[in-house]
Write a protein that binds this ligand. Sequence first.
Ligand SMILES: Cc1cc2nc3c(=O)[nH]c(=O)nc-3n(C[C@H](O)[C@H](O)[C@H](O)COP(=O)(O)OP(=O)(O)OC[C@H]3O[C@@H](n4cnc5c(N)ncnc54)[C@H](O)[C@@H]3O)c2cc1C
Length: 410
Amino acid sequence: MRNRGVIVVGGGIGGLSAALALARQGLRVRVLERAREFGEVGAGIQIAPNCTRLLHEYGLLTEATALGVLPDSIIMRDALDGSELTRLDLAGLRRRYGFPYMVIHRSDLHGIFLRGCAQEGVELLTSQLVTSYENTPAGARVVLADGSSQDADVVIAADGLHSVARQQLIGDATVNSAYVAYRAALPIDQVLGNGIARTDVVVYIGPRCHFVQYPLRGGEMLNQVAVFQSPRARDGREDWGTPDELDAAFGAACENVRKGIPLMWRDRWWRMYDRDPVTSWVHGRVALLGDAAHPPLQYMAQGAIMAIEDGWVLGQHVARGAGWDAALAAYQAVRAEHCRRVVLTARKWGDLWHLDGAKRLQRNAILCARDTHDYSFTDWIYGPTALTPDQEPPLYPDIPLDSVQPTVGA
Ligand SMILES: Cc1cc2nc3c(=O)[nH]c(=O)nc-3n(C[C@H](O)[C@H](O)[C@H](O)COP(=O)(O)OP(=O)(O)OC[C@H]3O[C@@H](n4cnc5c(N)ncnc54)[C@H](O)[C@@H]3O)c2cc1C
């Protein structure tokens, strides 16, 4: 039978990295992207060792390292008083997991995958709005907005948070967290007087808000992300997340954070939704991948990484040569559970970061007691990506807040 190959819908980081993984297995791959050009909106992105390991395997890590930054530490601070709560030594992390923790501009990471796809012969098609999906006797079909259709052995739907495929195949709703993110990527000269750390990822956590800073592009730029709970979203209003809410949310923050807030991009913001996990990503020969399958809140910085892992896992199962049905079943068996854990943990971490009052002090006491070289919270996520459910490591140990007394005045 003629090889009709694979269609990947969506040319974000998830779609392109999946296309690359499958093209490397010798498959004919087409990417259908609705936009007129391939590209990424947004500023920086953090990629942990479970992602740089895969970049290395694809032969892309050297290029990524040249474009990104390898920070020294991740430092968590209290957003109200600025005090350091805990830190991860990233040199130690690299020794433990064999690959670095990196921060990189989104467009650079996206560009690396785009060039990788072109080199592997992936057909990269823009202005292709997919409106529906169907299984056929020999594979699957996508229908486009212009009424045309395209057939393939398999269709991978990597069409993001508001996925048409997800709507058609599962029909669930997104979950509104009532939090909103502002971003900025700034020339470093503009922020030198703001108490920034030039070689670290710094996360300030506070009541109903947090603020992240890290260097980009060889340290020439600083990335900032400001996230807060919108009072208007909680009141059920439509006009939520606007710049006046940003300023109010960080009014009580420490000086370093307050200096960063006026520099956020104010003409756009990202309302934050996730979805409740589902276990059925594969419907015949149509499979969900990336945010279409498991959109998280971004508190674990694993959304794009999970998407990249999805494509790699699928490629590895294709390589086993047992056919598409076996490969898709194996993909779903291991990835749905892993991503369920990440999505639910991200929600929990968000709750923990945003605590107020006595619970904030209890949280701070737990973080302050953590040893810098304690990896029990990262082993389940930064180690090698599991290919089968038995390879999935156990989840991290739970430490109840009530197990500590709040440190008064902390
Ligand atoms: C503030 C913030 C910070 C984050 N930080 C991190 C981080 O540090 N590390 C990390 O790993 N993740 C992070 N994430 C999450 C990460 O950005 C996403 O999980 C990831 O980009 C999802 O990639 P994707 O390719 O699945 O989806 P998307 O990037 O949404 O791509 C979907 C693509 O499909 C196209 N498309 C949509 N519908 C159609 C259609 N009908 N037909 C054709 N094409 C279509 C879109 O145009 C788009 O190009 C963060 C997210 C946010 C909001």
